[in-house]
Design a protein around this ligand. Structure first.
Ligand code: MG
Length: 416
């Protein structure tokens, strides 16, 4: 039993933050030049819109989240998403204590806002809490580790099997101990041109998996992700059998995720762990149903499907059921979740997307330090700065700031 001695003095910071109130949100769009990989080849450097979401308070404390539309922290919010945050969530949450994250998460989940919009708000609130207390978010959650095993996550439609093999071998030389293949999507390896998503290129996909295994040997951990493009159970089963022969570690999102029964059958039939759902809506709640139905062997979540609050709930759900919970995508938010979870529950960090000609290790101009530096042993360090760990390059953001986005006014709250 704990002794009933005197409690430590409450710090000035702790006293102050209980009085802080949210006054609103601002979304700052700005331009950034990126080098990315397209269908089978590097794209010319081009401008994209990145966004910085900012939660504002009456005492001047702020929290931030970069991006939030699609992949990790790298894709800026669309105009309509920006408007939902500033025009809908802002007035809804004005006057609330920004430390009431659970209350806010429940209110926003009920609001039917898009999951990524709810998530961006939750992430900015976690960042604020970390900045106010001077702690990284994973320490606020309960620190578990300072570094995480990473796998190199290759872009889809990277090339012919020999191109994938060369890329995987290059990643192995770079220090990665694990590599994930995304298959040819919207690209026909035979013609090396754009192609519809169906039919799939199963023979090419299988050749790619064989070529990569041959290039990196048996020591490297390999995962395979056809991003739900196998539209039939038979296709998914055929590729899964080959992955078993090749000793792959997991088989990710092989089929569309709306037909859960197909996943129940596939997970029962294959010995390779099936990792899903990745993009099915419903966050924590959908994952709970999949676990109960044994529709996959490994569950999957990320911080844009319920924020850090939702990801931590999902990790706890998985831990209780003895199911691993693999984090989808790169980024500061996912790394903070990984820093607060055990490797027994959340094993890997997805680093990427990586492709030939893409300098993933370069620091984005709006940051002072990269998100996820890789060490020689194939681990990524969890950011140790306050909050999510951003060190923002404000000069760059201010100089490349775009005018506020013209978006349709958001309708007032009403049932839909
Ligand atoms: Mg995936």
């Amino acid at each position: 039993m704990l002794s009933a001695g005197p409690l430590p003095a409450v710090t000035a910071t702790a006293r102050r933050h209980t009085q802080v109130k949210i006054t609103g949100f601002e979304v700052v769009p700005f331009e950034v030049l990126v080098d990315r990989f397209g269908l089978g080849e590097p794209l010319p450097a081009h401008e994209v819109v990145q966004t910085l979401t900012r939660v504002l308070t009456d005492e001047g404390a702020e929290g931030y989240y970069l991006g939030g539309h699609f992949h990790g922290d790298q894709d800026g919010l669309l105009p309509g998403e920006q408007a939902l945050i500033t025009q809908f969530a802002g007035p809804l949450l004005a006057g609330r204590d920004p430390f009431d994250r659970e209350y806010i998460w429940q209110q926003l989940w009920m609001s039917k806002l898009p999951e990524n919009v709810v998530s961006v708000i939750d992430l900015a609130l976690w960042d604020l809490a970390g900045r106010v207390t001077g702690l990284p978010v994973h320490k606020l959650l309960g620190g578990a580790r300072d570094s995480v095993k990473a796998y190199a996550s290759g872009v889809n439609s990277l090339g012919l099997p020999e191109d994938y093999a060369a890329h995987a071998a290059g990643c192995q030389r770079r220090g990665y101990r694990a590599y994930k293949i995304h298959n040819a999507i919207y690209w026909d390896p035979g013609t090396r041109r754009f192609a519809p998503p169906r039919p799939s290129h199963l023979d090419w996909d299988i050749e790619t998996c064989r070529a990569v295994r041959a290039a990196v040997g048996d020591e490297m951990v390999l995962m395979y992700d056809p991003w739900g493009t196998y539209n039939t159970y038979d296709e998914a089963l055929r590729v899964g059998r080959e992955l078993e022969r090749l000793g792959f570690y997991w088989y990710e999102q092989p089929m569309p995720e709306y037909r859960v029964e197909s996943y129940v059958r596939l997970a029962a039939e294959l010995t390779i762990p099936v990792c899903a759902p990745e993009i099915a809506e419903g966050g924590l709640y959908t994952r709970a149903e999949w676990i109960l139905r044994r529709a996959s062997d490994i569950s999957r979540i990320d911080v844009l499907r319920g924020g850090i609050t939702g990801a931590m709930k999902t990790a706890a759900l998985c831990e209780a059921h003895g199911v691993r919970c693999e984090l989808h995508m790169s980024g500061f938010g996912n790394l903070q979740v990984l820093g607060a979870t055990s490797e027994d529950v959340c094993e890997y960090y997805e680093r990427g997307l990586l492709g030939p000609g893409v300098d993933y290790d370069a620091t984005p101009p709006y940051l002072q330090a990269p998100c996820d530096p890789l060490n020689a042993d194939g681990f990524v360090t969890v950011p140790q700065g306050p909050g999510l760990g951003y060190e923002l390059q404000w000069d760059y953001i201010d100089q490349h700031r775009l005018p506020p986005t013209e978006a349709e006014p958001v309708a007032p709250l009403h049932p839909r």
